[in-house]
Design a protein around this ligand. Sequence first.
Ligand SMILES: C[S@@+](CC[C@H](N)C(=O)[O-])C[C@H]1O[C@@H](n2cnc3c(N)ncnc32)[C@H](O)[C@@H]1O
Length: 796
Amino acid sequence: MEELKSAIPKTLILSISQSNPHNLPNTCSSLHDFFNQLPQFHQMVEDLAHMETSLFLKTKKSALEFKLKGNNCFSNGDNSNALRFYTQALRAAPRDADDKGRSLVATLYVNRAAVLQKMGLLVECLHDCKRALAISRSYSKAWFRRGKANISMGNYDDAVCDLKVSLCTEQSLSGKRQIEGELKLILDHHNGKDFPPDVAKRNESDIHDQPQQIQLQCVSTEMKGRGMVSLTDVPQATLLHTEEPYAAVVSKHCRETHCHFCFNELPADIVPCHSCSLAMYCSQLCQIHAIGKHLQYTKNHELGVDLSSDLEKYVESVTKASVDGGLVEQIGEHKHECGVNWPAALPTEIVLAGRVIMKSIAQHRCFDKSSPIVNLELCHNYVQLSAEAKLELHISSIILLHCLHHRYSSDVPLNGETISQCALLLSQINVNSMAIVRMRSSDSISPLSSAGNHTTNTVEQVRVGQAIYLAGSLFNHSCQPNIHTYFLSRTLYIRTTDFVVAGHPLELSYGPQVGQWSCKERQSALKEQYAFVCSCTSCSQLNLSDLVINSFRCLDPNCSGVVLDSSVVNYEKQKVNPFRCGLPLQVDKLEHDEVKRVASLLCTETGSAHQIEPGFCLSCGAYRNLEASNAAIERAEICIRRWEDSLDSGKVPSNMLSNALRSLDVLKSTLHPYNKKVAEAEDYLAQAFCAIGELQRACHHCQSSIKVNLTMLYTDRTRQAIVRFCGFLLKILEKLYGKDNIVIGNELVKLASIQLSFGDPAVEQTINMINSIFSQHYGSHVSIMFPHLKFLKRSL
Ligand SMILES: C[S@@+](CC[C@H](N)C(=O)[O-])C[C@H]1O[C@@H](n2cnc3c(N)ncnc32)[C@H](O)[C@@H]1O
């Protein structure tokens, strides 16, 4: 790519840097003409798009190599490596490969089923047997393995049928004897009695939480363009909207861990793509959805023996396709990517653009539209892009369309018009695509095992995919959102986090939120990532969080005033400028005395008793030397981090702990009590104490960290619970205002896991609070989103 870029003439680079959506077809066409005469460009396309150069082609040779490694591990009792090698063999095995007169894929499924059974993964074992039997009905070993798994699960009726079919299809005498032995055993012991299996279901569609009949409307505003409102009042925690993506793609770093269709974590019995070794799915259903049609195996499909009519029906029910072909979208989103290098080599957003284009081309075929690339009617930021970004879009669009053209020639015309449509699509993806995230609970285990391996349970978000939701793209951003999004499989869910009155904008956070970042940090992140200046309420009106999040405390210990540095002063002054963005001054609406006082000081520069200068206390005017304070803070933070690092290495010098605690005191005496750095330092110490098994002290620091976070973000409902839980918080909470935030829930998960480990009875209240906060955000989906909550509750 860099080589291509450096070959482009300066004049062409200049015209690309000045391009806009109107003249884009010309600049795209010129760059395309230029690339077309470069041999290195054609070489690059060949490497990316030709099957012959693919790194993801299946080969029988490599499948057999992996199979052999799997067999060796299995015989040595190394089940986890056997599982890994059989899975690799399945990824590498061509669909039609034969191994000793039987389908290689079917053999590998049965081998893997044996490992899964040994590992106690019985549901997965049954899946693999069924997959083998769907390919080869007369595969006696697959019926036998299925029978054994059904016995372990208490499904004796099925087990008897499995073993009977296995017996009929088995050729060898010794094999027949073994099966007869098993059959006799269950018939004697259980007399054919069936017990209901306790099979965990993976299917999320069982959960009913339908969006209520809330009528949403798209309205336009001068500052934010289109946005969504509700025509009626909406209560808190209402499910407003659900939507399937127009197109979605798995994140690169999750390709080996998450299903490429539904983005759930891959189970032990993954299903590889039929035709390439890259894509992996959690089930056959996801595989079929991704490919777009149900591939039938034809080989070895006759049973070749006579069975009773009951057994015949049984065989039919086990081996028939479990997927309703009618439900499967015919436009397989992976089909055009299968078996070539570019989907793995190009960035995720370009692969996503490829999926949008191929879907729109398929629709184009159906509806005979004039342009093959559909206009998604989404906003884009092409005009605001830097010269470098515009050039990247030109190059990426040409490469992507060449890759698609290679396989679908006339469907994907290569000209200035289609390339410019692709460039605009990429800039729409920049602005509108959503990261599909999953919550993951991680247990950080102490490096100092002598202390008893205590764990701290934390919740983190993993970006598992990237997707375009057409209606979901119409929700604007607010740094203090009143709705939030989450995903089950690839379905987008939008729920209110507040009561929202009719006609009020429904806004989610694109990332930055009040309480977590300062106004300056939020504004620059949004500018950098989405190229807009945020005009949400929090960025245009004063709020306490923005005033204190990075502030210092007054030098006078008896004064609770705030000391701001120059960047905060400048930002907060801009907010209250009534002429900025044409917004009215909102100070009257501020509910809290403390904020009002600070705000009025900021607003009335002249005539104020004290100068609004960096370093001066806004309440009493006392001066703090910010340069010296910053240096002290930096030293304290380094010292605390050093203690944490020494824990990782397992060597803890004796004076480290007292130094870290002294450093925390420095932070507390220099920074405002609600400064984010104080919370972070408390959190750090909580984790470190937890790691060395000092759980009471860990709990104390965890509570202090939560206290700071809670003061920044809370709601009435959580306040009641918090007050019950920790009376001393009331005084602080009463002074403050904020908004319900999932951050509190995540902090409480950490606290609960520490409390559990030393049997603190207060843990019950903590878990109830977690439940209440999470339910407000996720309704009845809370147990799917946070499965670890069940374990916390069970531990009580
Ligand atoms: C995903 S789109 C939202 C829908 C968009 N307003 C439209 O008209 O299609 C994101 C774009 O909306 C605008 N936007 C969203 N939130 C905003 C905010 N808080 N302040 C200013 N502009 C905003 C920006 O132009 C941003 O790039």
